[in-house]
Design a protein around this ligand. Structure first.
Ligand code: MGD
Ligand code: MGD
Ligand code: MO
Length: 745
């Protein structure tokens, strides 16, 4: 693989004001997705005194967010877990942990897991991780080297963080693509091959806050400064809406219908790129037939948008191109049928020829496909064991397109013991009870059935308190070495240890290596984590030690790879699909019994799908507003972060507040058939009428541990449910239904 070392010539260590400054990368713990380049200052006692952005890292060019500035607080926090802990199974939920040694903890885990494996099979142990921290390669390896095909666990319905969009990409493009912000070039916005998108279609993402999926919000601002036009598709008025050339405020969950309407308009008005479609796309006639089902009048009625606005947006994509699609979590989680919606949305950018071109959509090369989400060590598990993976008969894409299991399928096996019993869980980086999972009471009850639950975490969480029999304390990123293999346009960046771990805490990587050796020494042949990293990043041509000196390393990039035979293993021009073309009519979806063409299915529950429920619960509930100061359920324990957002918030439009008799600053109760939660109300015109938007992942670390830190009173996931789409991907946590009333204690 041809790579470019962006950090060449920038020394790893320098001295400044009597302190050592180390160039490294941020990433978890505490949580983050991006692995920004940073400079950590340490004093001569090894204390971390300050963190700054690293200008030499093209990804963030010196920028940094509040959570990184607060890492010295996180390191010093009083409530960090410093020793391995154990608790009797009958004391789950009680604050009765006792300190044990690492050897005792490993002995207990090894003996219990192996005993369960002998009695019930390795598949009886599930290995689960939460959002993409840098644990994926090591936890898939642990799961597979132990012999369990059940990596994933009980989290979001339908793996609904990026996976629905990725399923759409893999199906139609045979690969991965994203908007071109020149993130693939070391010289970024100055690169002569690059140009800013003519227009950015920003849908269901609040990029300046979330910096999601390996894309930094400021990149979009840099493009706007260079003339990119912006279409912001979001029911809420965000900062980006206030800068946009066109704002569309669709009913949550209807973006798929919008896309189908745009496809129809493009085809009916001959606005698509005929040359590109003729040469590189498969199934155009069938697509055109399907698109006829979505005339503008129908689409306007579904989406609550004006026909003129849909036309304007579609014309801008053609007339102001190259056009880039920037999308976010709402694409995965506002309508359970997220895969056909993702298929539709991408089709708009495919039939307009915005494929692997400057300022359009790019198809970057992965350094290690397993690094972020694909898994590492699949060769360690037998086909016979892999065939036992939960849920793959119902959802065949889980057999080949992702290492994960589908959450509700695992939950049902936990509950029923069919087709086999589950007995233990290795939980590493997930907090299902306060963040990841809908129906948290149900999830809690199901987990309680397990014989054995191990949690690997830097802090006590409601999940740890409720369930853990053994707790392994994880150190924070400045206390360990590591490799950040990021999502988006991938790069390999070294994470360099600058200070000793506090107490007896260890890194995830160290823990998995040590335990992996006990389970299956052949699968873990390395003496040190650094040797393991070197093996993992082999495709870059660097050792871990070398990577520290030249980090970050980016794969070399070329545009229009499909013309040059660079996308297919056989070296032929075209795309890595069975037809070699972009499959507007998707053979892979056809082969798993799904509709090969994109379509829109009404969001459920919702005004049209369940009118009776809508009458009872007249507000569309969008959960999970991101905040600068927190990463999911983390940072609630950090006073400086907590001072900014003190408590869970719900936001609604003034007209709705008046209609439902609630006022700004009230504590309100949100409720529906699934459950309830209470929150502080903010009344603001930013929110669309008929919509209510809330925080997620709240709990109170200062609260009573045996009340699980108050999580069940405020967890908005009480109102959400397991209900994924036909492909096994997608959920509806951004478009539930609820009602609201003033909360009386
Ligand atoms: N209602 C609603 N629910 C949602 C969402 C929403 O928008 N609305 N968003 C969903 C999405 S997209 C996601 S990705 C999930 C995220 O859900 P989770 O992955 O469960 O996120 P966290 O709550 O941060 O939980 C991770 C826990 O891992 C631990 N941890 C943090 N860093 C590390 C580390 O480096 N090592 C180890 N071993 N442990 C660590 C911390 O204890 C932390 O509490 O939530 C989902 N849930
Ligand atoms: N600070 C911080 N950053 C984070 C996280 C965090 O917890 N804290 N979590 C990370 C994770 S795991 C993820 S997945 C990302 C998620 O971050 P994003 O991908 O940005 O997604 P959200 O913040 O959920 O939603 C973005 C916007 O979608 C709009 N929206 C809701 N429903 C719809 C709809 O149906 N259609 C359209 N068009 N718009 C809709 C909302 O109004 C909101 O403005 O953030 C990541 N970044
Ligand atoms: Mo996510």
């Amino acid at each position: 693989m041809e790579t470019i070392a962006a950090g060449q010539g920038f020394p790893l260590h320098t001295r400044k004001d009597g302190e050592t400054v180390t160039r490294t990368s941020a990433w978890t713990a505490p949580g983050c997705h991006n692995g920004c380049g940073i400079k950590i200052h340490t004093d001569d006692q090894g204390n971390v005194t300050k963190i700054e952005g690293d200008e030499a890292t093209p990804f963030n060019q010196g920028r940094l967010c509040a959570r990184c500035f607060a890492v010295p607080d996180a390191l010093a926090a009083d409530d960090r877990l410093l020793y391995p802990l154990k608790r009797a199974r009958e004391d789950r939920g009680k604050d009765k942990f006792e300190r044990i040694t690492w050897d005792e903890a490993y002995d207990l885990i090894e003996a219990t897991f192996n005993d369960i494996k002998e009695k019930y099979g390795a598949e009886s142990v599930i290995f689960q991780q939460g959002t993409g921290r840098d644990i994926t390669p090591y936890i898939t390896r642990l799961s597979w080297s132990f012999g369990s095909p059940n990596f994933g666990g009980v989290g979001q319905s339908g793996d609904s963080c990026y996976l629905p969009r990725i399923a759409g990409m893999v199906g139609t493009l045979g690969g991965f693509w994203l908007a071109d912000y020149s993130q693939q070039f070391v010289d970024r916005f100055d690169n002569p091959e690059w140009r800013a998108p003519g227009v950015i279609f920003n849908v269901g993402v609040n990029l300046l806050v979330s910096n999601s999926d390996g894309v930094m919000g400021y990149w979009m601002v840099e493009c706007l400064k260079r003339g990119s036009k912006l279409i912001n598709v979001d029911p809420k008025i965000t900062w980006l809406s206030s800068r946009a050339d066109l704002v569309l405020r669709p009913r949550p969950g209807t973006d798929g219908a919008l896309a189908m309407g745009m496809i129809n308009y493009l085809i009916e008005n001959d606005l698509y790129d005929k040359d590109f479609v003729d040469k590189w796309c498969y199934g155009f006639e069938q697509l055109a037939e399907r698109a006829k089902e979505y005339p503008l009048s129908k689409v306007a009625a579904i989406t609550w948008l004006a026909e003129d606005d849909i036309v304007r947006a579609t014309r801008m994509i053609v007339e102001d191109g190259p056009a880039a699609l920037q999308w976010g979590l709402a694409a995965d989680s506002s309508n359970a049928e997220a895969v056909p919606a993702a298929h539709a949305m991408q089709t708009v950018f495919q039939i307009t020829g915005n494929v692997d071109v400057p300022g359009g959509m790019i198809m970057p090369t992965d350094i290690l496909p397993g690094g972020y989400a694909g898994g590492w060590g699949r060769e360690l598990i037998s086909q016979e064991q892999l065939a036992k993976k939960i849920g793959i008969k119902k959802y065949p894409m889980y057999a080949f397109a992702t290492p994960y299991t589908e959450s509700e399928e695992v939950l049902k096996v936990l509950e029923s013991g069919e087709p086999y019993e589950l007995h233990a869980c290795w939980n590493q980086t997930m907090n299902p009870i306060s963040c990841m999972a809908p129906e948290p009471e149900r999830v809690l009850r199901a987990f309680q059935k397990l014989d054995f639950f191990v949690d690997v975490t830097p802090y006590m969480t409601p999940t740890t308190m409720a369930l853990a029999d053994v707790v392994l304390p994880v150190c924070l990123f400045p206390e360990r070495n590591g490799v950040a293999l990021t999502t988006g346009s991938q790069r390999a960046a070294a994470m360099v240890k600058v200070t000793e771990p506090r107490g007896e805490s260890k890194s995830d990587q160290q823990i998995n290596l040590e335990l992996g050796k006990r389970f299956n020494p052949k699968g873990w042949p390395w003496d040190t984590v650094e040797e393991m990293f070197t093996e993992m990043i082999k495709p870059t041509g660097y050792t871990f030690e070398e990577l520290c000196e030249v980090s970050p390393v980016l794969p070399a990039f070329q545009y229009r790879k499909y013309e040059k035979g660079l996308l297919r293993p056989d070296g032929q021009p075209g795309f890595n699909t069975s037809t070699g073309r972009i499959e507007l009519w998707c053979g892979m979806f056809q082969s798993i019994g799904q509709d090969p063409l994109p379509y829109y299915e009404e969001v459920r529950p919702g005004p049209l799908a369940t009118p009776d429920l809508y009458e009872k619960y007249p507000l569309i509930l969008t959960t999970g507003v991101r905040r600068w100061t927190t990463f999911h359920s983390e940072h609630r324990n950090m006073p400086r972060m907590r001072a900014i957002v003190k408590e869970p918030l719900a936001q609604m439009n003034p007209a709705d507040a008046e209609k439902y008799g609630v006022k700004d600053n009230d504590i309100v109760e949100l409720y529906n058939n699934n459950g309830k939660a209470h929150m502080r109300l903010r009344v603001t015109p930013e929110i669309m009428e008929g919509n209510i938007q809330t925080d997620h992942a709240w709990w109170f670390p200062e609260g009573d541990p045996e009340d699980l830190y108050g999580v069940m009173d405020v967890n908005v996931n009480n109102l959400c449910e397991y209900d994924c789409g036909k492909h096994g991907f997608g959920t509806n946590i951004k478009a539930q239904l609820c009602a609201v009333r003033k909360y009386e204690e």
